[in-house]
Design a protein around this ligand. Structure first.
Ligand code: PNS
Length: 165
């Protein structure tokens, strides 16, 4: 039987519980979930792609249906290379919609056989983003419950290093 394969792509700098919630929802709909970390140095990430891959691998270690890889180039090409059928994207608020809508339609134009599936994270995670998490962490705010503890510890460590540099 053909396996249903999803690709959940993003920057994941760093992964947080909103991402994890989407991964868990994807696992209920697809046989395999590829988590694809974009190589994009323009965004000046806090963690390297290799670090982000390793961090996500730690978080999904108990789920053999999940695989984590880096990618560059077009997302639809990555999806084709892993035999994927769908791109999963999270929608947190109306503000996400316009950009996500444009991306979904452009990806459809690039490869009409790949469908984009939008999912909403658990309602108490809808305001969580990696950008806000980094900002709150650098200002000493409480992030309990918003990210896995090992990721939080890495974040504290990296932000500390940055502040000392
Ligand atoms: O977590 P992000 O930064 O919102 O993820 C954006 C991502 C990685 C999904 C998007 O930038 C992407 O797909 N980049 C790959 C290049 C590409 O395919 N561009 C055309 C998209 S229509």
């Amino acid at each position: 039987m053909t396996q249903r394969v999803a690709v959940y792509a993003g920057s994941f700098d760093p992964i947080h519980n909103g991402h994890l919630d989407l991964i868990m929802r994807s696992r209920t709909m697809f046989d395999r979930v590829h988590i694809a970390v974009l190589h994009n140095e323009e965004k000046q990430p806090l963690f390297t792609v290799d670090e982000r891959i390793e961090m996500i691998q730690g978080v999904v270690a108990d789920y053999p249906d999940c695989e984590v890889n880096g990618f560059s180039g077009l997302l639809v090409d990555f999806v084709r290379n892993v035999g994927g059928h769908a791109i999963v994207r999270g929608l947190r608020a109306l503000t996400d919609f316009e950009f996500e809508f444009q991306m979904a339609l452009m990806n459809r134009r690039l490869n009409p056989s790949v469908e984009t599936v939008f999912m909403m994270p658990k309602d108490d995670l809808t305001y969580v983003s990696s950008r806000l998490i980094k900002e709150v962490c650098s200002l000493g705010g409480d992030l309990k419950g918003l990210m896995p503890v090992p990721i939080y510890e890495r974040l504290i460590e990296r932000i500390g290093e940055k502040l000392e540099a």
